[in-house]
Design a protein around this ligand. Structure first.
Ligand code: NAD
Length: 255
């Protein structure tokens, strides 16, 4: 689809990768609705992006909220043909930590936001998109999910995060296969290490070691590079049902 025809919801759109996607799409004439739990940052971001953007405070873990807010977003934008899932949390911690075994709530919350949140967004978006008028090749919409290379090479302390992202990788193909009937594509990007507020929270030694591990280019990814990949996926109908690693060839070490 052409970017100026895109009407997209973007979860996690108040910060980092999601915000970069929103900015890039708006620059190309798309309409966007940011969905995020951070009400203050979300409202500010939408205002700064201008009249083509709006914000709905949404917890992606809530089935009711996601369903209702996607309907509201579609109504406000005059339709919905793209959904980009960028909401996520790190959920870091060892299974057997210094203070004892990881509380199950930590594991469940990470799965709840990263995996269940991605599923919630996908099903609500596809449910609306199936009623769109078919475009070229019968296309009715495209959904882009965000996993992580931790889905493949989770480090010590990433059991919950890697499990959640592995789930996102795993559901990409079956959903793409299922939605073929309605002309809705599903793609996933597995980013390496990108410079976003999520990474800003890391201890400096972890940050430096991550930069040093990227073969080429030896730096963290820029959110704009992620946004351009999302735009490329939206524009290229032959991309479907697979995962693109966007990582400068980094392969994470055990720690
Ligand atoms: N930054 C990286 O290096 C990197 C690498 C691999 C994967 N990722 C993934 O990319 C995505 C975006 O990460 P980022 O670096 O931009 O992080 P970020 O922290 O800058 O942004 C994440 C956003 O998600 C929002 N969010 C958190 N929980 C939510 C919920 N329940 N409902 C709605 N919104 C919620 C936060 O408020 C925040 O605005 C995440 O899924 C993350 O796991 C990031």
């Amino acid at each position: 689809m052409q970017l100026d025809q895109v009407k997209a919801v973007i979860s996690g759109g108040a910060s980092g990768l999601g915000h970069a996607v929103a900015t890039h799409l708006i620059q190309h004439g798309a309409r966007v609705c940011l969905l995020d739990v951070n009400a203050e940052r979300g409202a500010q971001a939408a205002q700064a992006l201008g009249p083509l953007a709006q914000f709905l405070r949404t917890d992606v873990g809530s089935e009711e909220e996601v369903t209702a807010h996607l309907a509201r977003a579609a109504e406000a934008m005059g339709g919905l043909n793209a959904a980009v899932s960028c909401a996520g949390i790190l959920g870091a911690g060892r299974v057997l930590g210094k203070d004892g075994p990881m509380p199950l709530t930590t594991f469940a919350r990470t799965i709840g936001v990263n995996l269940i949140g991605s599923f919630n967004l996908t099903k609500a978006a596809a449910n609306l998109m199936q009623h769109n008028a078919a475009g070229e090749d019968g296309e009715r919409g495209a959904i882009v999910l965000t996993a992580s290379i931790a889905a493949y090479e989770g480090q010590i302390g990433q059991a919950a995060y890697a499990a959640s992202k592995g789930g996102v990788v795993g559901m990409t193909l079956p959903m793409a296969r299922e939605f073929a009937r309605i002309g809705v594509r599903v793609m996933t990007i597995a980013p390496g290490v990108f410079h976003t507020p999520m990474v800003d929270g890391m201890p400096p030694q972890v940050y430096d070691s991550l930069c040093a591990q990227v073969p080429y280019p030896p730096r963290l990814g820029q959110p704009q590079e992620f946004a351009e990949t999302v735009a490329f996926i939206l524009g290229n109908r032959y991309l479907n049902g697979s995962v693109i690693r966007l990582d400068g060839a980094i392969r994470l070490q055990p720690k």
